[in-house]
Design a protein around this ligand. Sequence first.
Ligand SMILES: [Zn+2]
Ligand SMILES: [Zn+2]
Length: 294
Amino acid sequence: MLDFALMLTDYHLHLRPDELDATPERYFTAANVDRYRAAAEEQGVTELGVSEHVYRFTAALDVWRHPLWRQFAHDDIDEYCAFVREQVDLRLGIEADFVPGVEDRMANLLGARDFDYVVGSVHFLGDHALDMDDYDVWTSGRSPEQIWRAYFIALGEAARSGLFDILAHPDLVKVWGSTHPGRPTPDGDLRRYYELAIDGIAESGIAVEVSTAGLRKAANEIYPAPAFLQMCLEAGVAVALSSDAHHPRDVGSGYEHALGLLGSLGVRELCVFERRKRRLQPITLPGTSGAAIA
Ligand SMILES: [Zn+2]
Ligand SMILES: [Zn+2]
C-alpha cells in the first residue's frame, strides 16, 4: 500500500466526534472513511490510520472504571478492529490513555488485538482531566506549576511503560493557552518541565507525535512546542505526524505549519507503522516526485 516516493502520514484520526451519540453505526462506515480519504488526498497525505479512543469500548472497563469511561464505554472493540481491517484501507490504531497502576490490564487489552500502532495519551492526572470541563484538574486545588510538573512526570512514565508506539500530543497540558484565567501556562522557560519527561521518552524509544491539533485549540501551537520537540530530536527520538482530526475537514490540517517546523529542525523522515513495527520514511511534499524537503 505504501510507496516510499510520497509520504505524509495522518495516524491520529478519529472517525467520529467525541459526543456520546456519535455511534459506530453512523461513523464506522466505508462512506465516512471515503470522506477522510478524499480530504487527505487534497492535503497530499497518503498514509492514514485511525486511532479511536479506547474508552469508547466496553473492554476499557476491564482496565479502568473512571466515571467518564463508564459513561462512554458502549462499543465493541473487536467490531471496530474488524471494520478497519476488513472494510477499509486505513492502518489500524487506537488511542489509549496511560493509567498508572493498571499497565498490565491495558497491556492485555492492547496485546489481544493486531493493531498497527498504539497512540498513548495522558489526558488524566489521577481522576482529574486536563482538557475537559468535567473532572477538571484545574479546579482540583493544585497550582498550574504543580499540574505541569505532574503532567510531564506522567508523560515520561507513559513513554517508559512500553505500552505505546506513539506519544500523543506531548504537551497537551498547554491546551487552554497561556492566558486562560484558571488554567494559565507557567511563566519562564518551560524546558524545566520538559526535562521531567525527556529521559523516559529518550530511553523508551517511543515516537513523539507532532500534532497539529494544538493549532485548533486555545494554545494555538503545534504539540509539542518547538523547544520540546528540539529536546526530543537531540535525544534521537523519531517523529510521527498527525492531525488528531475528529472530522474529515481537519485531516492534514495545519500541515504546512508542521512541515515548516519539522524542516526548520532538520527532520527528514517520519515514522510508518505496520503491526506494531516501525520504520522511517523520507518526508516528501505534496506535488513533488520524491524530493525531500530542504
Ligand atoms: Zn488525545
Ligand atoms: Zn485523539
